[in-house]
Design a protein around this ligand. Structure first.
Ligand code: SAM
Ligand code: SF4
Length: 327
C-alpha cells in the first residue's frame, strides 16, 4: 500500500487541525457555560508551525485537511493560514468547520485564500432556542454566514446538527424539509457524552430513531454523490435537491474505516478522538526539529493508532473537551 497507513492497514489521509481552543459560543453539549480553562497564547501553535506540520503530513500521504477549533474564525487572520496551506502540493482538499457566527464577514476572503468548502454547525432554526443551546451569539448571523459561504462558492456547504431529545429533536422535520426545497445538505449527529449536559440520561437519540421520524416526510434513498471520505451516510428524499447525512459515533462507530489524525491547538498529534494518547509535535518543533524529524515522529505515532473506541459501551471521560480537540 502506498501513502500513510496504520498497523491495521487503514489508509490515513485526513488531518483535522484545531487552530484555537477559544470559542465565541458555549454549546451545551460541548462546553460548560463558564468556558474551559484556556491555554496561554504562547502554547498555541503559530501559523508557521501549523504549516510545517501540514507540509510534513502531506508529504507522508495526507490529502485532506480540515481547520476546526474551538471556533477557527475566532482566531485572527485565519485566511493567512489558509493562504499558507492551500498551495501545498498534494493537499487536494482544504476545508473548515465553523459555528458560522463570523462567516458572513470572512467567507469571500477565505475563498480567495484557497479554502474549498465549509461545514457550518447549526442546531436550531429558532432564534430564541439558539440562545438556549449555544448560550451566546445570534442565529441571524449564522444564517447570514451560510448565505455568504454559498455566494463565495465554498460549496457544497454542509450543515452539522447535533440532535438532542427535548431540546431540538422537534426540528428534525423542519431541517429535513429544507432539503426538499433547495440544495441544503444537513448532517444529523448523535450526541457524544462529553459534557454533563451530554451525559444526562434522556438527551441522546440514535440515528435509527432519527431516521424513523424522518421517513414520515418520504422514503429516504441512499445517496453516494458526496464522496467525502467521512463517517456520514447520506440519503435523500426522491427528487430532492438537498441531502441528509447521518453520523452515528455512538450506535455504529466507524473505527474500522477511520482515516484520520487530529492536531490539537497546542500542537499535539491525537490518534483517536476518544483516546487521550497524544504526541507533542510543538515541543519537538520548538526544540529545533525540522520537517524530516516531524515526519519520523508522525510515522511512529500512526503506527500506534488504536483500533477503535468503546463509546457505545458507556460514557466517555476525557482530559480534553471537544472544543480543545476540534471534534
Ligand atoms: N466551533 C466549530 C463548530 O462548532 O463547528 C468547530 C469545532 S466543534 C468542536 C466541531 C463539531 O463538533 C461541531 O459540529 C459540533 O457540533 C460537534 N460537537 C461538539 N460537541 C459534541 C458532542 N458532545 N457530540 C456530538 N458532536 C459534538
Ligand atoms: Fe464552540 Fe463549536 Fe463547541 Fe459550540 S461546538 S462551543 S461553537 S467549539
Amino acid at each position: 500500500m502506498t501513502g500513510l497507513s496504520d498497523s491495521f492497514q487503514r489508509p490515513i489521509t485526513y488531518l483535522r487541525v484545531s487552530v484555537t481552543d477559544r470559542c465565541n459560543l458555549r454549546c451545551v453539549y460541548c462546553m460548560p457555560e463558564e468556558g474551559i480553562p484556556l491555554l496561554p497564547m504562547a502554547d498555541i501553535l503559530r501559523y508557521e508551525e501549523i504549516a510545517t506540520i501540514v507540509q510534513a503530513a502531506v508529504e507522508l500521504g495526507i490529502t485532506k485537511v480540515r481547520l476546526t477549533g474551538g471556533e477557527p474564525l475566532a482566531r485572527l487572520g485565519l485566511a493567512d493560514l489558509v493562504a499558507m496551506l492551500s498551495p501545498i502540493q498534494g493537499l487536494d482538499d482544504l476545508c473548515l468547520t465553523t459555528n458560522g457566527v463570523l462567516l458572513g464577514r470572512q467567507a469571500t476572503e477565505l475563498k480567495k485564500a484557497g479554502l474549498r468548502r465549509v461545514n457550518v454547525s447549526l442546531d436550531t432554526l429558532k432564534p430564541e432556542r439558539f440562545r438556549r443551546i449555544a448560550r451566546r451569539g445570534r442565529l441571524e448571523d449564522v444564517l447570514e454566514g451560510i448565505e455568504a459561504a454559498r455566494d463565495a462558492g465554498l460549496t457544497p456547504m454542509k450543515v452539522n446538527t447535533v440532535v438532542l431529545r427535548g431540546l431540538n429533536d422537534d426540528e428534525l422535520l423542519d431541517f429535513a424539509a429544507l432539503t426538499l426545497k433547495d440544495e441544503w445538505h444537513i448532517r444529523f449527529i448523535e450526541l457524544m457524552p462529553f459534557t454533563d449536559t451530554a451525559r444526562r440520561d434522556g438527551s441522546f437519540i440514535s440515528v435509527a430513531a432519527m431516521k424513523e421520524r424522518l421517513e414520515s416526510l418520504g422514503k429516504l434513498e441512499p445517496y453516494d454523490g458526496h464522496n467525502d471520505g467521512g463517517p456520514a451516510r447520506y440519503y435523500r428524499y426522491p427528487g430532492a435537491p438537498g441531502t441528509l447525512g447521518f453520523i452515528s459515533p455512538v450506535t455504529e462507530h466507524f473505527c474500522e474505516g477511520c482515516n484520520r489524525l487530529r492536531l490539537t491547538a497546542q500542537g499535539r498529534l491525537r490518534l483517536c478522538l476518544l483516546s487521550d494518547e497524544e504526541i507533542d509535535l510543538r515541543g519537538s518543533l520548538r526544540d529545533g526539529a525540522g520537517p524530516e524529524e516531524i515526519k519520523v515522529l508522525m510515522l511512529a505515532a500512526v503506527a500506534s493508532k488504536p483500533r477503535g473506541h468503546t463509546l457505545g459501551h458507556g460514557p466517555a471521560l476525557h482530559e480534553c473537551s471537544m472544543a480543545q480537540i476540534g471534534g
